[in-house]
Write a new protein. Sequence first.
Length: 662
Amino acid sequence: MSIKKTLLTLLLITAAVSFMSILTTSLVKAETIKQIGVQYQVHVQNIGWQKTVSNGAEAGTHGKSLRVESLKLNLVNAPSGAEIDYQAHVQNIGWMNWVSDGQMAGTEGKSLRLEAIEIRIVKTADGSTPSQEKFKVSSVSLNKSEDMLTVGNTDTLKATVLPENAESKVKWTSSNNAVATVDDKGKITAKAAGSAKITATTYDGNKTASCNITVVVDNDFGISHITRYDMQKVAKEQNSSQFKVPGFDASKVKNIPSAKGLDVWDSWPLQNADGTVANYKGYNIVFALAGNPENGETFIYLFYQKTGQTSINSWKNAGRVFKNSDKFVRKNDSYLKHQTEEWSGSATLTSDGKIRLFYTDFSGSTQAGGTGDSNQTLTTAQVNLSQPDTKTLKINGVSDHKSIFDGGNGTIYQNIQQFRDQGLWSSGDNHTLRDPHYVENNGHKYIVFESNTGTTNGYQGDDSLYNKAYYGGSDDFFREEQAKLLKSSKKHLASLANGALGIVELNNDYTVKNTMQPLITSNTVTDEIERANIFKLKDKWYLFTDSRGSKMTIDGISDKDIYMLGYVSDSITGPYKPLNGNGLVLYMNLDPYDITFTYSHFAIPQADSNNVIITSYMTNRSFFNDHHSTFAPSFLVNIQGSKTSVVKNSTIEQGQVRIDEK
């Protein structure tokens, strides 16, 4: 059945109707046929329904500030088959359902103003009275069911209402106006990272259609990133011989003879400013974490061997670097006095021949004298040695022992107070501030260290899941990977993952001069990128870190997977690009109960060579009665620009740090 409509917008007075109490801001539309009379009745606030009037008579009140709340309309002397349809727009409600011929449009007793009306006079082609059924909506649909916008951008959705002769108006709403807003035309504005649902609802309230909106940012904060795309490539390529840590003969693995009864794990050599192993009065010196496996202690020990010697039997043990009382010497140092363990770091031979140690001051349980929150502070000391005889080095105490960096105010690097405020471990977070590695460049002193990002450069939280910079790859990869991550059991862990390799510049007295932006971060990938290591080789800067698959959130990476990742730059401050196109340098996935299991891989540059020595520890601490954690056999990795590879058949002695090459 076709419907013939004549459309004309005019004030109701034109159709001989006057509503004097509708505000001057109200809009009244009508569809009329000439010489048709109209009867009308209004409902006035606090009074009720007024008497029915017609043809220009006043309906309502004036001078009393009373609102017209609803109305009823009827045609008078209309042709056969004609009817008057009308729709009211009510304060705080909006457009209501269409009604006709004396039905109420509006509300009663709610003090809500009738703000506007739309009127149409309808006549069917055959003169019959049209049924109200033909105006009912059967469906509403949108031109999109999914949409992705970057913060600040806009898009407009289009709603299609069926049947075509049904009332086509819809009301637009957003489930989260903080993320995305929508106006009455369907125009969406992206406000902040996150998700929102935009819904179009027909005015009868019976039909809806929705579009899921993802609002993203693409902000790298001027920092290089270990991306989800790169780590997925790692998972696919890790079994290549180019990256595999060599297999070792378990029957030949030895405990360190001079460390009887001790587990010995993370280690680092005394290095020159360029990263090569220092010659200290004819000795190689290595610092290492060690402790009695029965009580879980963790202290720094000093091992030394004559240069030219390589056997594990040649390493002598000078004992602990620090006495228990050393942490109390500097009375105004609020961190040192709560130290319960000594964690990894680095050591440099200064230009005046002194040994400067950098390490991590760890504060454990309150029962042991700690703060109870795993606070970590970057710390330094001068280690004083003497030579009682030609075969012995002796530790003669330390001096200038002091804390140097606690994370600052939390804007660049996460500090312990932020970790406390989030509920410590109950939040699922993993606070790190450790493994300081000393390096020099053009007369400037720096330490590079493991940490987490601060509040101004990509902090943890759900917003990080909507940052394209952390995903890498194409737009299609981002859409697919983000959709999987948001449904993954690792979503929460990924939201907290904000690992960083940080850097601060030091003064000549080894206090902090300048807190700098991180060199690289691992937002959404992992909270833990350990054993920061950096050096310059052939005019390129190489940055390395160790990480465990058990701390990662990437499909295809298992808990057993162990990695050393590497990055290259023309500048010490970056930007850094992944070595080998994905960042993978070393891969190992042995069972932790295999005595040839290795971790804490550390690259040591060699003078005038593209080969670096890789040291690590072998055998997990406290796992065996007869095998202690020990120096692993060293091996070589070759570096050629942005490519690396494990050198075949390059395994050398356990703990070997130097190799003479012609």
